[in-house]
Design a protein around this ligand. Sequence first.
Ligand code: AMP
Ligand code: TRP
Length: 335
Amino acid sequence: MDQPQNRVFSGVQPTGNLHLGNYLGAIRNFVGLQHTHECIYCVVDMHAITVWQDPKELAANTREVAAAYIAAGIDPSTNIIFNQSKVSAHAELAWILNCVVRIGWLNRMTQFKDKAGKDREKASVGLYTYPVLMAADILAYRATHVPVGEDQKQHLELARDTAQKFNNDFGSPDFFPLPEPLIMGAATRVMSLRDGTKKMSKSDPSDLSRITMRDSADDIAKKIRKAQTDPEPLPESVEGLEGRPGADNLVGIYAALSDKTKADVLAEFAGAQFSVFKPALADLAVEKLSPITNEMKRLMEDPAYIDGILEKGAVRARAIADPILARVREIAGFI
Ligand code: AMP
Ligand code: TRP
């Protein structure tokens, strides 16, 4: 069985409130990779249901993530775009890998601790084994590279350990490649606009904490204007951002949106007050995001078109994953 050298897999959960962190940390990087890699981009609806999702909203949110992929510039005719639940290999491989992964590994996952909160007994079993399903997503395609935001690093390490343990346990060296994380750009961890020490997230109760991929130009400008900062002007060097999380976050966002480094941005804005920098950032954000937002809106008006893309993507995804799963079944001794 051939092992491709350049196969990318990544996913985004359809849990609503797709935001600037998702765009800068993940989706934007997906777009660049399509020219050099064979890319498979998934809407991970089975991951989404690890916390309760209203079924109608789940369907709409699934189409929204697919629309964001396409609107951001991923070409669905050359790359595979599909939703996870359409390809049974993910769930099937996840079960086998559940028997490879150790409980101790899952107990170290910080995202589970954050998401389960204080009352861990009430979290779903799915939330606990979520990283195993993520490993299955990647390994079902024997993917080599996985573009993600910084918060997924630990899950990717678990996917690598899982691949290695499977290969060792079953005496099939090199069957699963060890997937490499690709954590790219100046904003691998975009922070909340209300609190620069917290990650920007879909579930933050404050709408002002995040710029979403549905926001109008006015919403974007308002949220940036209200973003938490401090009274000091911008420093001359990146070291000067230390201990200033709000400022650091906005400079990082500006850098990522303009394809520059934070040092470049500070060279331009050193000594500027936020009353100057925030409007410049708002203009830049509107310029970069509005075309995507508008195209998403247009695509969302034609759900049948999106469903067609997801269906075609699933057919192509199955054609890759099914033979790999057939081999896994043989390796495991299933007759
Ligand atoms: P999720 O929304 O959890 O499905 O995340 C989808 C992708 O967006 C993953 O690659 C995450 O690492 C990335 N991501 C989520 N939140 C952020 C953030 N605040 N900053 C950068 N990347 C993020
Ligand atoms: N866990 C990822 C997140 O929440 C989403 C995801 C699921 C994923 N399966 C994946 C990302 C496989 C990369 C590869 O951000």
